[in-house]
Design a protein around this ligand. Structure first.
Ligand code: XMP
Length: 428
């Protein structure tokens, strides 16, 4: 990263991400780092123009206040703290947006130069330097993150990139076919398609704990990649579409993990490939901007995010083929009807989930004992917080009628009204 940057040192603040995004929005790169950072270990350190110590309610860890590394406090760049009254050697400030702007541009004299274009340029150079003539393997799910990573790597190393699309049996309706068409046929990437449905479902049989499900799915992906990599010659790297919210939500030294994102947790200890995560420091909207800059079609870039563990975290509890089919079919109906109602562009993410309990109902004059389908539709900018989409009753009514008549094993439809927080966007 050749551009000026401002570091946010996490001293237990709950708004680290808001602060980083605010500064990035002004074209100055900003990264969150932990309190015990050794500046020498940071490749971008020569470009750091200022440090913000962001204190807050999570500062007390195991009974004592986390403190910044003394070497960090001695760094010869402007530094500021708030929420940290004990750091009296540094400017204390209670800030608003104007105060942060003044610190970034007046005190630190940062030049705004961080754009999608400059990010791509520097990442392409970094990737070429790191990868050399080695091969790179990418798990291409077809979601936004892995698609952008594929485009970035195609730009950087061309045919040294081998994409593997693993159909884990947890994909949305028609998704595997679409990936093969777009990447294999239209973009001419090296693409290997593997149908591993039965293998995944066998590993997941009877497993109801969400974190365990995520770990199993993540591990199985990696094992399949390694098996495939062994068949290929010269593969040294495994690329992943990890993004910043995955990293932040997987826990920091002052904050417990919200959930293990499969891109971050779940990697086996004995993994032999080296990880390449070129969009790890980007938030979702920034990943999309890079995708557009890389020339990917807007309909692909604006596609909704889809979790790595796929429908596996939307079939709540232990996965069964019956409820997997119910999620897949109801999700397809939801997408069809939202498109007809002109909602696809307006709602950030929408999907269905099916819990692992049944309720009593009436079908064709008889008692039924079947599963409910839960509809989730949210607005958000970066997936860190979310609000509920207000959908016309007529649209919800039509979707409900279609789901209860067309989807086997379902007798009830519910609409989830919970914002994030307190709910996460996904149910698991
Ligand atoms: P949550 O449920 O954490 O979701 O509020 C935030 C956004 O991230 C997506 N998501 C994931 N994406 N791997 C991913 O690549 C994952 O394990 C994962 N879990 C959730 C989710 O769909 C939402 O857009």
């Amino acid at each position: 990263m050749q551009q000026d940057q401002v570091l946010i040192i996490d001293l237990g603040g709950t708004d680290n991400s808001d602060l980083a995004r605010l500064i990035r929005g002004w074209g100055v790169y900003s990264e969150i780092q932990s309190h015990d950072l050794d500046p020498g270990s940071l490749p971008g350190w020569p470009h750091v123009k200022g440090i913000i110590y962001n204190g807050g309610i999570n500062r007390l860890v195991d009974g004592s206040l986390v403190q910044p590394e003394p070497i960090l406090l001695q760094a010869a760049v402007p530094q500021v703290a708030f929420g940290c009254p004990d750091l009296d050697a540094i400017n204390q400030n209670v800030w608003d947006e104007a105060g942060v702007k003044e610190f970034v541009f007046d005190t630190c004299a940062c030049t705004p130069g961080w754009t999608a274009q400059s990010f791509i340029q520097s990442q392409v150079e970094n990737i070429r330097r790191q990868v050399g003539k080695e091969g790179v393997l990418l798990g291409l799910s077809g979601g936004v993150d892995s698609s952008v990573v594929a485009a970035l790597l195609l730009e950087a190393v061309g045919q040294q990139l081998v994409c593997i699309h693993v159909n884990n049996g947890l994909l949305r309706k028609g998704e595997a076919e679409q990936v093969v068409n777009v990447f294999g046929k239209q973009l001419g990437a090296n693409l290997i398609y593997i149908d591993a449905t039965e293998r995944f479902l066998a590993k997941l049989a009877g497993v109801s704990d969400p974190e365990q499900k995520r770990k199993i799915i993540g591990n199985e992906f990696i094992h399949i990649f390694e098996e495939e990599a062994e068949k290929l010659i010269g593969i040294k790297y495994l690329a992943q579409g990890t993004i910043y919210s995955d990293v932040v939500e997987s826990g920091t030294k002052t904050k417990k993990a919200i959930k293990a994102h499969h891109n971050v947790g779940g990697l086996p200890d004995d993994m032999v490939l080296e990880l390449l995560e070129p969009v790890k420091y980007l938030y979702k909207d920034e990943v999309r901007a890079c995708g557009l800059e890389l020339g990917l079609p807007p309909e692909m870039i604006n596609r909704q995010p889809f979790p790595g563990p796929g429908l596996g975290v939307r079939v709540l509890g232990a996965i069964t083929k019956e409820r997997l089919a119910a999620v897949r079919e109801s999700d397809a109906i939801l997408h069809e009807e939202f498109a007809k109602a002109g909602l696809t562009e307006n709602v950030w993410q929408f999907f269905t989930a099916v819990p692992d309990f049944r309720s009593v109902g009436v079908k064709d004059g008889n008692r039924s004992f079947e599963y409910p389908v839960i509809i989730r539709a949210v607005h958000t900018v970066d997936a860190m917080t979310a609000t509920i989409a207000h959908i016309d009753w007529a649209v919800l009514d039509k979707i409900t009628r279609r789901i209860i008549t067309e989807v086997a094993g379902v007798n009830r439809v519910c609409y989830d009204l919970t914002p994030k927080p307190t709910g996460t966007i996904e149910w698991e």
